[in-house]
Design a protein around this ligand. Structure first.
Ligand code: WQD
Length: 344
């Protein structure tokens, strides 16, 4: 019998890529998503890639009643991968209560049902934002967790604490918390990809939209940082590599290899890239040139961060393998495909 995995937020960007990798590995995937930032077309994309259409339920996990009825209707679930959450840093500053209400309630309702139904394994989607601006680089999982610079980041920190507290309380929940660095790129073939509703804030979607002429230029936020070229440094990770880290986490949990009730892993490449370096790499990968100008620093941006992923390399037997150029080419292919279909 294939193992059954519930993927909340599974029609979203990282969720859909993870659903693909789980299906490719023989797992039976059931997606729960409220479609607030995605649509059911993603399910067709997943089916085209894998040959299998995942189970799907449109559901608002902030409703305790609906979450209960969803989980009680399922038979023998092995694990939940919980992605469902609001994710815009900027929006979270404008609407903090929406972010706390949504991101905390959905996690609480999901864990409640996992405990009630005896579902033992949870993989939680967290973020490197929990480190704030680290004093020492690269960051390890032992680096201090700092007060987040945004309500979004704070919801991730509090969610991690909720998971930790539930484990301490004696519930038989085993969790892997994955702290993502900056996911970019799309599944090769452009059948699923990143499609933020409204104006994107993240660097790669802004670059690709500038490249197709939707924006006149890219504004590079700040060129006076204490970095070699003055622009911010991040650890950009291919989304399929990131998705595979979830499969590795599931493998570790279901095979009982985890050493602690809650394990935390950095999921990054270990390499820091500046905004200008990323821009140049994109121009090379896509064979286009991008107009850009320097603008003021973006409030809340940290100067530099990149991961020490060695714990995940060792314990999850996972490593980021896709190179930056290939990843950026996949982002470009997806953008061209969306433009051809009139979505962009
Ligand atoms: C990257 C760099 C910008 C847009 C993201 C997620 C956050 C978390 C961590 C998961 C920064 C610069 C951007 C533009 C620019 N991930 N930039 N011009 O801020 O690191 O945060 O990763 O939880 O949720 O949002 O990523 O892509 O917004 O910015 O110069 O138009 O690109 O200033 O230095 P960030 P980003």
């Amino acid at each position: 019998m294939p193992r059954k995995i519930v993927v909340t937020g599974g029609t979203g960007y990282i969720g859909s890529h993870t659903a693909v990798e789980l299906i490719n590995r023989g797992f039976n995937v059931i997606i729960a998503d409220d479609l607030s930032n995605s649509d059911t077309g993603v399910l067709e994309g997943i089916e085209k890639i894998t040959g299998i259409k995942p189970g799907f339920k449109k559901i608002d996990l902030c409703s305790k009643k609906d979450t209960a009825s969803f989980f009680s209707g399922l038979d023998r679930i092995d694990a939940v991968v919980h992605f469902a959450a609001f994710k815009s840093v900027a929006e979270s500053v404008e609407k903090p209560l929406d972010y706390y209400r949504n991101n905390l309630n959905s996690l609480i309702n999901v864990i409640d049902q996992m405990v009630l139904q005896g579902i033992p394994n949870l993989v939680f989607s967290s973020s490197c934002t929990v480190y704030g601006q680290p004093d020492i680089l690269p960051v390890t999982e032992k680096s201090p967790v700092k007060k987040a610079l945004s309500p979004y980041g704070n919801t991730k920190r509090v969610c991690e604490e909720i998971i930790e507290d539930v484990s301490v309380s004696g519930e038989s929940l085993k969790s892997v918390v994955l702290r993502y660095f900056n996911p970019i790129g799309n599944h090769p073939g452009a059948l699923i990809g990143e499609l933020p509703r409204g104006k994107p804030n993240n660097l790669v979607p802004v670059i690709t939209r500038t490249a197709i002429g939707k924006y006149d230029e890219l504004k590079v936020f700040g060129n006076d940082y204490g970095t070699p070229d003055g622009t911010c440094i991040r650890d950009y990770i291919n989304v399929t590599d990131l998705a595979r880290a979830h499969v590795a986490a599931i493998d570790r949990l279901v095979s009982g290899k985890n050493e602690n009730c809650v394990e935390v892993y950095n999921v990054g490449t270990g390499k820091g890239i500046s905004v200008l370096e990323l821009l140049k790499a994109f121009e090379k990968a896509a064979k286009v040139s991008i107009n850009y100008s320097f603008a003021d620093r973006r409030p809340g941006d940290i100067e530099k961060i990149w991961a020490d992923p060695s714990l995940a390399n060792k314990k999850l037997n996972w490593k980021a393998t896709t190179n930056l150029e290939e990843t950026l080419a996949s982002a470009w292919e997806w953008t061209l495909n969306c433009r051809e279909k009139g979505i962009l």
